[in-house]
Design a protein around this ligand. Structure first.
Ligand SMILES: NC(=O)c1ccc[n+]([C@@H]2O[C@H](COP(=O)([O-])OP(=O)(O)OC[C@H]3O[C@@H](n4cnc5c(N)ncnc54)[C@H](OP(=O)(O)O)[C@@H]3O)[C@@H](O)[C@H]2O)c1
Length: 319
């Protein structure tokens, strides 16, 4: 029997669309390694060049929403490229827009390329890592994951989407009119895990509340005066057969130390042999996501065609 002992080291071309923090971070990691030709990161004005060069893998690190990245994914797939999208909704697109997801999945199969949505959250903390952890459990009765995250490094655009920098009334209006989302992608992670474990979720409940600044704060890209939101508490609960099966809890703040918190990630797998995992300090939202995507280039290039989830892929490896 032939046993492969070293990873595939074929040189790969990678085109990065999105010249923000993530696109820049992924490009820097790959450029520091052998075996990659990095093109970009490209901004909006170089969209065509970014998407249609026929690179082995196109990384799309622009926005969070499936409808906004679907045309970009389509162009890259048509050009014969595998695609990694950081858009949180792409981690499990079937629950966002079934028609779009199925059409792109079919086209990717025809073109023999792979599409996946990945990052740290979704793509790792609430899904891939949970599945790996459950591999040591005899059974899984329920799952709880808690993340406490320093969100001070995000761009002003992302902080705005998360719900940071608002007066309280405006935060509430933003939730209603779609400007404020909290952290996007929790239902996607839950569905990735549920599918992989063969569980059907009845529904997913959501709770989002603002955390108001007691003093002025300076985030890397946003000043937050006292009285405005400096963070948020969020939870999603996946219900199965009338009881809580998967609970994701997230506390994000621009200065965790100031509110007596430290960054951490905690995974609890309930069952006959309960398992408890703590990661301290927690996964870094910027460098962690850049790493997951950079470490996914080879596994996506080698994956089966179609739109897959991180549960369908081998481990992300820094190779
Ligand atoms: N799955 C995960 O774990 C994960 C992790 C990190 C980030 N993300 C998501 O990935 C996206 C990028 O993150 P980031 O930290 O790099 O954000 P960022 O620093 O705000 O950068 C985003 C970049 O993309 C550009 N852009 C925004 N919308 C675009 C569009 N519709 N078409 C083309 N370009 C667009 C922006 O250009 P302008 O400045 O001209 O608007 C900016 O250069 C965000 O939506 C973020 O939520 C996901």
């Amino acid at each position: 029997m032939d046993r492969r002992t070293t990873p595939d080291r074929r040189d790969l071309t990678v085109s990065v669309y999105g010249a923000g923090q993530l696109g820049g971070g992924v490009s820097r990691i790959l450029a520091s390694r052998h075996g990659y030709e990095v093109r970009g990161p490209y901004g909006r004005h170089d969209r065509q060049q970014a998407l249609t060069s026929g690179a082995d893998v196109v990384v799309i690190a622009t926005t969070s929403f499936l409808d906004q990245v679907a045309p970009d994914i389509e162009e890259a797939v048509e050009a014969g490229s595998n695609v990694i999208a950081s858009a949180e909704e792409c981690a499990y697109p079937w629950a966002v827009d079934l028609d779009v997801a199925q059409a792109l999945d079919a086209r990717a199969r025809e073109r023999q390329v792979t599409i996946v949505g990945a990052g740290v959250n979704p793509g790792f903390a609430f899904d891939a890592l949970v599945l790996v952890a459950s591999g040591a459990a005899p059974d899984v009765a329920d799952i709880r994951v808690e993340r406490v995250v320093n969100i001070s490094g995000f761009s002003a655009a992302i902080l705005g989407r998360l719900g940071v920098g608002y007066e309280l009334a405006d935060f509430a209006r933003g939730v209603d009119d779609g400007r404020v989302h909290g952290h996007i992608g929790f239902p996607q992670s839950m569905r990735v895990v549920a599918d992989a474990l063969g569980v059907t979720l009845d529904r997913i409940d959501r709770h989002l509340e603002p955390v108001v600044a007691d003093r002025d704060y300076e985030a890397a890209h946003l000043s937050i005066p006292a009285g405005r939101t400096a963070g948020f508490r969020q939870s999603y609960t996946g219900v199965v057969a009338g009881r809580e099966w998967f609970r994701c809890v997230f506390f994000g703040h621009v200065d965790l130390g100031a509110v007596g918190e430290t960054p951490r990630d905690i995974i609890d797998i309930g069952g006959t042999t309960p398992l408890h995992f703590t990661i301290e300090p927690g996964l870094n939202p910027q460098s962690g996501s850049s790493a997951v995507i950079a470490n996914s280039i080879r596994r996506v290039a080698a994956a089966a065609p179609g739109w897959v989830t991180v549960a369908d892929l081998t481990c992300a490896l820094p190779t």
